[in-house]
Design a protein around this ligand. Structure first.
Ligand code: GLU
Length: 426
């Protein structure tokens, strides 16, 4: 591909998140002296699919939504990655997330390539029936490119177990028999795995504890602030607080709360269940979501959307550790500043890999029709993510590079060696 062709192709995918993912990739590829042909191949996805999803709204109107599935790379195994329902979903954003999935699976040693899907919609504005129709039609549209040996979707922002169940059912109806291995993050009753729901939160928790050990930070007196109180934020909060790390601040899309005495999570969960938000939680101070990020704490966890940490607030963060629950929450300039300031960053492809690790366990259990105990799943997750953490940390120390660069390098290396040994077809 000539340079101008390559630019044009990347132009189709152009998006701030894709540019960020590419810049992070290029930095690591340069440091690795990666073969330029291979770098070029890994910079653009193997396959992208854009679909129109017409659904009947409850009021009888037909509305068309836009959906995507981007399959970034399959050198290491079937494509794997979540499906996002959010108004900001675009082809470029999906491609960026698919690239991150390739590196995440590679880094953690899973036999998967990377993919991501999404539908541009506001799931909160759709009824349960509309969501079901949207999910089934989306699944039917991407049916030719998914399969238990081909591409295995999972939940992401705005999707959940129920949506995975509809995907599993739609796929199974098309082929005529139950195919639990088509999707992970399903309900237990149809082949889901114990421990999958909490898995991303648990992975975050484990990497935070390993970091605190490495930095010699005592648990007693340590605090956490979490941006985002969805699946990832809720489970991480619960585990951190059970371990004695006080959760002093939480925000969601509607507001933020702060209490230096530590938030009562049981009461907060009940409150959020009732009001749909943490905002206005009695007894805690109301602060703005931006302000919350800048309050002093031991661990700051962005677990919402990309772009949370940028040049304007990176200099003002008062945390010791930044644990990236979200994908791509920190931009390039902010990264440099955080490094200069000695803030330890646990990068996204490592910090939030717990979800896809247990997805892998779920897929293996489905293929074998043999289901593991919860304790086995928790122990194996801890083992896999702890090993990945130490591989990255050792590399970061020995090569004197930051944790993000070390993680990207490890991720690129494994997938690159698979490409080299497989060779170029035909
Ligand atoms: N959406 C999650 C992620 O970004 C999980 C993907 C999966 O389990 O396949 O890692």
């Amino acid at each position: 591909m000539s340079e101008s062709e390559s630019r044009e192709w990347l132009g189709e995918l152009d998006h701030p998140e894709y540019r960020l993912a590419l810049a992070q990739f290029e930095r690591a590829a340069a440091r690795l002296r990666l073969d330029p042909n291979l770098a070029e191949r890994l910079k653009s996805p193997q396959r992208t699919m854009t679909v129109s999803i017409p659904i009947r709204r409850d009021d009888g109107r037909v509305e068309i939504f836009r959906g995507y599935r981007v399959q970034h790379d399959s050198a290491l195994g079937p494509f794997k990655g979540g499906i996002r329902y959010h108004p900001s979903v675009t082809l470029g954003e999906t491609a960026a997330l698919a690239l991150r999935m390739t590196l995440k699976c590679s880094l953690t040693g899973l036999p998967f390539g990377g993919a991501k899907g999404g539908v541009r919609c506001d799931p909160k504005a759709l009824s349960r029936n509309e969501l079901q129709r949207l999910t089934r039609r989306y699944t039917a549209e991407i049916f030719p490119v998914i399969g238990p040996d081909l591409d295995i979707p999972a939940p992401d922002l705005g999707t959940n177990e129920q949506i995975m169940a509809w995907i599993m059912d739609t796929y199974s109806q098309q082929v005529g028999y139950a195919v639990p291995g088509i999707v992970t993050g399903k309900p237990i009753s149809i082949g889901g795995s114990l421990g999958r729901q909490e898995a991303t939160g648990r992975g975050l928790f484990v990497t935070i504890l390993e970091t605190m050990r490495h930095l010699n930070l005592p648990v007693s007196g340590s605090t956490a602030i979490i941006q985002g109180f969805g699946n990832v934020g809720q489970h991480a909060a619960r585990m951190l607080s059970a371990h004695g790390i006080q959760v002093i601040g939480i925000s969601d899309s509607k507001g933020a709360i702060y209490d230096t005495r530590g938030l009562d999570l049981t009461r907060l969960l009940a409150y959020k269940e009732k009001t749909r938000s943490v905002a206005g939680f009695p007894g805690a101070d109301a602060v703005s979501s931006e302000e919350l990020l800048e309050r002093p704490c031991t661990v700051l966890i962005p677990a919402a959307l990309a772009g949370a940490i940028h040049i304007k607030n990176a200099g003002r963060l008062q945390c010791r550790i930044l644990a990236e629950g979200a994908n791509g929450p920190t931009d390039l300039d902010a990264d440099v500043l955080l490094n200069d300031r000695g803030i330890f960053v646990i990068p996204d492809i490592l910090a939030n890999a717990g979800g896809v690790i247990v997805s892998y366990f779920e897929w293996v259990q489905d293929l074998q029709n043999y289901f593991w105990k919860e304790k086995e799943i928790q122990d194996r997750l801890t083992e896999v993510i702890t090993q990945a953490f130490h591989r990255v940390l050792d590399r970061s120390l020995s090569e004197k590079v930051d944790m993000r660069l070390a993680a990207m390098m490890a991720g690129i290396e494994r997938v690159a060696s698979a490409h080299l040994v497989r060779g170029l077809y035909p």
